[in-house]
Design a protein around this ligand. Sequence first.
Ligand code: BEZ
Length: 235
Amino acid sequence: MEETKTFSMPRIGDKAPEFKAVTTQGEINFPGDYKGSWVILFSHPADFTPVCTSEFMTFASMEKQFHEANCNLVGLSVDGLYSHIAWLRTIKEKIEYKGMKNVEVNFPLIEDITMEVAKTYGMLQPGESSTKAVRAVFFIDPKGIIRTIIYYPLSLGRNFDELYRVLIGLQTADAFSVALPADWRPGDEVIVPPAGSCGVAKSRMEGKEDMKCYDWFFCTKKLDKEKVLKTILKK
Ligand code: BEZ
C-alpha cells in the first residue's frame, strides 16, 4: 500500500517551525537568526516567471520601508540556488517595470529543491499545484511566533500595501494594547478592549470616558498617526 505522509500546517499563534537553509545570502537558521525582529517569510511559485518577477521587484523596492519597521524579508521557492542567482541577476540587469529598474534583491531567497520547508509551512497546496509553492506570506514576530498568514494563488500577485498595513497593524495592536477595525490605517480610530464589568459598560455608555461608543461592547478612541509611526518606525 502506498504510504501517504501528512504534514500539519503551522497556524497563527504557533511557534514558527525551525529549519536551516541555503539562500542567495548564505546559510540561515530560521527563525533563530531573526530573533528580536519581525520577519516576513514568503514563498513564490517559480523563478523566471512574470508575476513573481513583479513581486520580487516590489519587495526589493520596499525592503528599506520594511527594515524601518524592524522587519526582515525572506523569500523561498522550490527552485535551486543557481536558478535563483541567475534570475536575480536578470532582474537587476534587464528588467525595467513600473519605474523600477536596476533592482537588487538583497534579502535571502531560500533554495528548497527537496520541498521540505515548503511542505512544513503548508506552502504546497496540491489542488493549486503539486510542483510549485503557492504565494504564502507568514508574519513572524520578534519571539518567533506566527502572527498572520496570507495565501494567494499562482495567478494573482500580492497586494504590497496590504502586507505593509498588516505589519504596522500587528505592531500597533501590540504596542498600544488595542484592536484595529476594518480597513484600519495609522491615524484612524482604534478599538479599546471590551468593558470587563457592568460598571465600566455603564460609564462608557454614559460618555464618561474619553472614547466613542457605538454600543457598550464596541468603543473606539483616537490614536495619532505620528504617535503610531514614532513608536514603530526607526529611521
Ligand atoms: C508567475 O509568477 O507568473 C506564475 C508562476 C507560476 C504559475 C503562474 C504564474
